[in-house]
Design a protein around this ligand. Structure first.
Ligand SMILES: NC(=O)c1ccc[n+]([C@@H]2O[C@H](COP(=O)([O-])OP(=O)(O)OC[C@H]3O[C@@H](n4cnc5c(N)ncnc54)[C@H](OP(=O)(O)O)[C@@H]3O)[C@@H](O)[C@H]2O)c1
Length: 317
């Protein structure tokens, strides 16, 4: 089999780390894209010690910084012949954070890390992805997007660049959920855009429900959140199960032609909800089979797409 290349962002922790281990064990050439090289190196060594034949490289990437993304993509293009699988796994959610934070590019940090950074990276790597026989992209989404079953919930399009930073209440959870909804909107639009342009890349999003958090992630939380996270961790499944799902979606024949879709943790297609009222809403909220119709509204799709293009640059094609 020809060597296949996979880039995994945030591969030094949690699901990303387990996914790097899985792809390496399956013979993929893994590129761990991490912002903390010290932590990354330790995980890289551990994966290689478990799978001595594995090819595992470590490259620096801060996915909230456009400069860092550009440097990463230039180095990747210079060092590797193509890209087969791109997994946007890294995310920002600092439990208990009270402050609206801006990225180096002046974008709210959740959106910079979870939405626009991945979008820029995908756009910059497109020419390398199309060199693959079977290019696939996976976005790590979340059940948190179910909050959009609330008809009043909207992405604060007007407050993603610090416009109301000091005057509007800020919730890191709302921004996290909004940024992941935005990622789903971009998944749907990106697939449409590829199809329209005859680009063979397939792009999907995975609705992750709950996974055991790493000690490192818990350490970053305030004491109250730490306690809650440790309690939840008792029953949460290990990241390795979700890493298997990453691998399945990105490599199996089953998903080869699927694009622009949300897939749940049971590896089923999630459908846009056709009814968001009454009893149907209970099924929407507690089930895993539907996502909010907000994500299929053309106005939301177009608005997020044009904002993504505006922020990441019109010149990339
Ligand atoms: N765990 C869950 O229950 C759950 C539920 C729903 C969705 N998800 C999604 O699943 C994905 C993985 O979650 P996880 O629980 O495995 O997370 P995690 O263990 O906290 O790992 C997150 C990774 O992202 C990296 N990261 C954060 N900001 C970054 C940046 N600016 N540049 C580069 N890397 C950055 C972190 O690097 P550092 O180590 O340097 O911080 C870390 O490697 C995320 O997209 C998350 O939203 C998880």
């Amino acid at each position: 089999m020809e060597k296949k290349y996979v880039v995994i962002t945030g591969a030094n922790s949690g699901i990303g780390r387990a996914a790097a281990q899985k792809f390496a064990a399956e013979g993929y050439h893994v590129i761990m894209a991490c912002r903390n090289m010290e932590k990354g190196r330790a995980v890289q060594s551990e994966i290689i010690s478990r799978s001595p034949q594995a090819k595992v490289d470590l490259m620096e990437l801060n996915v909230s910084s456009f400069d860092s993304i550009r440097a990463f993509c230039s180095a990747y293009q210079a060092g590797y012949p193509r890209l087969d699988v791109l997994i946007h796994n890294a995310a920002y959610l600092n439990h208990g954070e009270k402050e609206y934070l801006l990225s180096a590019d002046g974008i709210e940090l959740s959106f910079a890390t979870n939405t626009f950074g991945p979008f820029l990276m995908t756009r910059l790597l497109e020419q390398h992805l199309v060199k693959s026989q079977d290019p696939r992209i996976l976005h790590a989404c979340t059940t948190n997007i179910k909050h959009f079953f609330d008809p009043k919930r909207e992405i604060d399009f007007d407050n993603l660049r610090g416009e109301y930073r000091d005057s509007r209440p800020y919730s890191v959870y709302k921004m996290y959920g909004d940024s992941k909804m935005a990622l789903l909107l971009l998944t749907i639009k990106m697939a449409e855009d590829y199809e329209r342009r005859g680009v063979p890349i397939k792009v999907n999003a995975l609705q992750i429900n709950r996974v055991k958090l790493s000690d490192e992630t818990i350490q970053k939380m305030s004491p109250r959140w730490r306690l809650m996270a440790r309690a939840q961790n008792w029953t949460n499944p290990l990241p390795s199960g979700m890493a298997e799902t990453y691998f399945n979606i990105c490599t199996s024949e089953e998903w080869r032609e699927v694009t622009g879709r949300l897939i749940n943790h049971k590896r089923e297609l999630v459908q846009p909800a056709s009814n968001e009222k009454g009893l149907a809403q209970i099924g929407n909220i507690f089930g895993a089979k539907t996502y909010p119709a907000y994500a299929t509204d053309v106005r939301n799709l177009e608005r997020m797409w044009s904002l993504g293009v505006e922020l990441t640059g019109n010149e990339i094609e």
